[in-house]
Design a protein around this ligand. Structure first.
Ligand code: ASP
Length: 439
């Protein structure tokens, strides 16, 4: 039978009305038999996310500030309201009392944060009449906090093998010593992907409050188009470049076994959303842009030396300096007699002098310069790199907008064209590229 794993984000489960929508969505397709809930999110502008309140509650308790009790009351009210409005039978009050006693006794930060998903999972399971599977029984971390993917997969597979519809709360799991541990923020996406892999789902649906990914940041481009289908590799480029997409680690478990992910909107459930898969259902015959994303605040360390290309080990020496300083490089375009190393400006700042000195000592360059405040923009898509017309269009669009291209980086990936411009030109560049290819 077809199996769909569904993850619902915080805004999708922020109040009883949203719980009802979730139930309707699940009832629309009986293949939707696993749910991963987040903690209740914001109900309106200016509202608090329950996870933020839980972190606050923990720091207040740690500081000996008695207002942690008020914060916990605010959190409790969110769950009690949902339970009452949906007429649920489960004794959520008893769960809240246990949590209060544990916080009083000095419970750890991750335990506190995880209770948002834990309680929401209990309520949702009761509302749906499904089994509640505590994530502490099926998600295992190593002592260093990394996921024990193999143990998790084996245990989860076994415990979910009976095929009973189940609710597995997102975001947390258990350490070898029994303490609760969480993923980083937004980590319910990862739990969903792990469950999808364990049950060998046909699809992993990630339900949120937008109808899929946008081709560009809507703060820069007005009403950008949605991306209807994208590959995991393209999405990885877009998210690396700063597009806010799924939690980075949520792609890996499903990508690995070829399960497609679909981003859907709980508030607009008939919208098809964005499909992310290994290969696209239909490969485009013409060059197609999937999205444009970028980041500001890079520095470029440029090293020039005549006959550099014949000097064995030149590149290694330059990179060694960055490695010694603990700075990872993002890009490294090179010419015949020059290498540019693009690094985060913030990471470079404390090591600036040492880097210049070390490179000078090791490589005796003719010119060594640093250019700060640079933005990197990736135009990601298919069939565009091999098509010479695409690059020409991209650069003429930039030139028409009067933007100076400071760097071009092609890499060996066929998926993106990367340009470096001054930070001040960042927004205009994205707009110009979008308008050329999409607008
Ligand atoms: N509730 C957690 C957070 O706010 C995890 C999640 O929603 O995915 O980060």
């Amino acid at each position: 039978m077809k199996k769909i794993v569904t993850k619902f984000g915080g805004s999708s489960l922020a109040n009883s009305g949203q719980f009802r929508k979730v139930k309707e969505i699940l009832e629309m397709d009986p293949a939707r038999c696993y749910v991963i809930p987040s903690a209740p999110g914001r109900r309106f502008d200016g509202d608090d996310k329950v996870t933020d309140l839980l972190y606050r509650c923990h720091s207040q308790r740690l500081a000996g500030d008695e207002s942690w009790r008020d914060t916990l009351d605010t959190i409790a009210a969110r769950y009690l309201d949902i339970a009452e409005e949906l007429g649920l039978k489960v004794d959520i009050g008893a769960e809240l009392d246990t949590i209060a006693a544990n916080i009083e006794a000095g419970a750890e930060r991750d335990y506190c944060a995880s209770r948002g998903e834990y309680l929401n999972g209990i309520l949702l399971a009761d509302f749906l009449g499904w089994r509640f599977m505590d994530a502490a029984k099926v998600i295992f971390f190593n002592a260093d906090g990394t996921l024990d993917a193999e143990k998790t997969n084996v245990v989860m597979m076994a415990l979910l093998a009976d095929g009973l519809p189940s609710v597995v709360p997102g975001f947390y799991g258990v350490l070898p010593d029994g303490r609760i541990h969480t993923f980083s923020r937004g980590g319910s996406d990862i739990t969903g992907a792990i469950v999808a892999r364990a049950v060998l789902a046909d699809t992993y649906e990630n339900w949120t409050d937008v109808s899929g990914f946008l081709m560009a940041d809507p703060r820069i481009v007005r009403n950008p188009r949605e991306i209807s289908a994208v590959t995991y590799a393209e999405l990885r480029e877009l998210s690396y470049m700063g597009a806010s997409v799924l939690h980075e680690d949520a792609m890996f478990p499903v990508h690995k076994v070829g399960i497609p992910t679909v981003i859907r909107n709980t508030n607009n459930p008939t919208h098809p959303g964005t499909l992310i898969s290994l290969h696209l259902p239909v490969e485009p015959t013409v060059p197609t842009i999937s999205g444009i994303a970028g980041r500001k605040g890079f520095s470029v360390v440029a090293v020039e030396k005549a006959m550099m290309n014949t000097e064995l080990g030149f590149g290694r020496k330059v990179l060694q300096v960055f490695e010694e300083a603990g700075i990872s490089f993002e890009h490294m375009p090179s010419g015949i007699d020059s290498i540019s190393v693009v690094v985060s400006g913030e990471a470079l700042e404390p090591h600036r002098e040492e880097i210049v000195r070390r490179i000078a000592d090791l490589t005796q360059p003719d010119v060594l310069s640093i250019h700060d405040h640079m933005a990197i923009i990736a135009t990601v898509g298919r069939g565009m790199v091999s098509n010479c017309g695409t690059a020409a269009r991209l650069f003429s669009a930039m030139s028409r907008a009067g933007i100076n291209v400071r760097m071009i980086d092609q890499g060996s990936s066929e998926l993106s064209i990367i340009v470096g411009v001054d930070d001040a030109d960042f927004e205009r560049t994205i707009e110009a590229i979008y308008n050329e290819f999409v607008g």
